[in-house]
Design a protein around this ligand. Structure first.
Ligand code: HEM
Length: 458
């Protein structure tokens, strides 16, 4: 799907769908694996890099590849809105930055962006280190731990502690299930084909529990800031929202819940997928561990930002993990007017999706796309792909607000874990990517964890 194929003088073509025989094979693939990713990959194989999903009440236009990604994220972004009104994520996050458009979106970004700039993120490294230790303190030597659960604890403590400046420890147990219920609420489900479905009681209860908590921390911080008369720390996202003009408690709640969901579930998935892939590739695991030993040694003190930057192989592993299992595997938009995307006609009001997962695995751009190969990202020797082929954090004005935070966090957490523990994957053959709110390793990543002695790190 190269630009040359669809010069602007050509009339846009209708979006292709699968021919009946192939459509049936897609359905058979879906029934066999019960995994929509399989169906999407088969549509790519049988139909191409642009197609319409032929479900009864859900007919999005799906696009794959750098040209489409660039057009959707940059060139034509103003002709696309984010909001698809009946989606649960819109009902849940209301006016959160993720789902509002235009000036309102830009205003929230301007308030929150500065708190997540690199110079305010690197001072969090000691907190990333400490929260990792806090969770790992409960792991008995030689015990089996589910890394999908453990990494969620780490990611929640980090997001709340570092970004909101709130210690989540005392609330973790009580809010754990409501958080999982909220993630289920916004995951692909019945609402896709039945948008009018009433909200289930457990989801309403989960929203109420989170709201009670979020409004309480907003009130408390408002009172503290008023009493102290001091400006919030520049890395304090909650403080920045409170002192910004025209931000009501409702609007602040919407931003906090957005950041909480978008900022922790993604990091959870990334960390769990890295540990899964390292478990599947013990030789790489050993090499990354050697790198950590060389750069950080057995130091108890947190590393500096420069030391984290020296963990080149770990960085490649993180990038390759984001390629193979991008936590946000698809981006959602809606056309505000009739338009052509990569030469295909898309009518106004249509749901459009750009598939990050399939762009990252397209054989047109990647060598052995399904193979785990961190060396693709070796600095100075990268595999050459067109810009916008690799988009784990999206791109353009809606690019992930937490991309720097997430990458520093991942390096710090993984460095600490690999410095302190040996990991053995126990259920590698059972793990598959599940399309929840993010793409996550189900049924979980069971690993045996063993403490490393200081002498083994030499
Ligand atoms: C590995 C971790 C992460 C990944 C892979 C990821 C991925 C993404 C992607 C692909 C988008 C763009 C979606 C689109 O085009 O519609 C996005 C947006 C967003 N992300 Fe992340 N993210 C991660 C971590 C975080 C963190 C740590 C935070 C918060 C601190 C965060 C907050 C957000 C928000 C608020 C948006 C919406 C931005 C906007 O619409 O202007 N994300 N993320």
């Amino acid at each position: 799907m190269h630009t040359s194929e669809h010069s602007s003088t050509m009339a846009p073509r209708p979006l292709p769908a699968a021919e009946p025989g192939k459509g049936l094979r897609v359905l058979a693939g879906l029934a066999r694996t019960r995994n929509p990713l399989t169906a999407l990959a088969l549509m790519r194989e049988y139909v191409g890099q642009a197609f319409e999903i032929p479900a009864p009440r859900f007919r999005p236009a799906v696009f794959i590849g750098p040209d489409a990604n660039r057009q959707i994220l940059i060139t034509d972004r103003n002709r696309l809105s984010w909001r698809n009104e009946s989606d649960p994520v819109v009902k849940l996050l209301r006016r959160g930055v993720l789902i509002v458009d235009g000036e309102e979106h830009d205003r929230y970004r301007q308030i929150m962006d500065p708190t997540l700039q690199r110079r305010h993120v690197t001072p969090h490294i000691p907190a990333f280190w400490r929260y990792t230790d806090q969770v790992a303190a409960d792991w008995a030597d030689g015990s089996t731990q589910d890394m999908l659960i453990e990494m969620r604890k780490v990611a929640l403590l980090i997001l709340m502690g570092a970004s909101f400046h709130v210690d989540f420890t005392p609330h973790m147990a009580q809010l754990w299930q409501p958080i999982l219920d909220l993630l289920e609420y916004i995951s692909p489900g019945l609402w896709i084909v039945w948008p009018e479905a009433p909200t289930r009681t457990k989801h309403r209860r989960a929203i109420a529990a989170m709201d009670d908590y979020l409004y309480a921390i907003i009130r408390q911080r408002r009172a503290e800031l008023a009493a102290s008369g001091v400006a919030p720390d520049p890395s304090d996202l909650l403080g920045a929202l409170i002192v910004a003009p025209r931000m009501t408690d409702d609007l602040i709640r919407d931003q906090l819940l957005t950041m909480l969901i978008a900022g922790h579930d993604t990091s959870t998935a990334l960390l769990a997928w890295v540990l899964y892939l390292l478990g599947m590739h013990p030789a790489t695991l050993a090499q990354v561990q050697q790198e950590v030993d060389r750069v950080i040694g057995s130091e108890e003190a947190p590393p500096t930002a420069d030391q984290l930057n020296e963990l080149h192989l770990l960085d490649q592993v993180i990038k390759e993990t984001l390629r193979l299992y991008p936590p946000i595997h698809i981006g959602n938009r809606r056309t505000t007017e009739d338009m052509a995307i990569c030469g295909y006609h898309v009518p106004a009001g249509k749901r459009v999706m750009y598939s990050i997962y399939l762009s990252h695995r397209d054989k047109e751009y990647w060598r052995d796309p399904d193979q785990f190969c961190p060396a693709r990202f070796e600095r100075g020797n990268e595999e050459k792909t067109p810009p916008f082929t690799y988009v784990p954090f999206g791109g353009g004005p809606r690019t992930c607000i937490g991309a720097t935070f997430a990458q520093v966090e991942a390096r710090a957490v993984l460095a600490r874990l690999l410095q302190r523990f040996d990991f053995e994957l126990l259920n590698g053959d059972k793990i598959h990517p599940h399309m929840g709110a993010t793409l996550e390793p189900r049924p979980g990543v069971q690993m045996r964890v063993r403490r490393r002695s200081a002498s083994s790190q030499r």
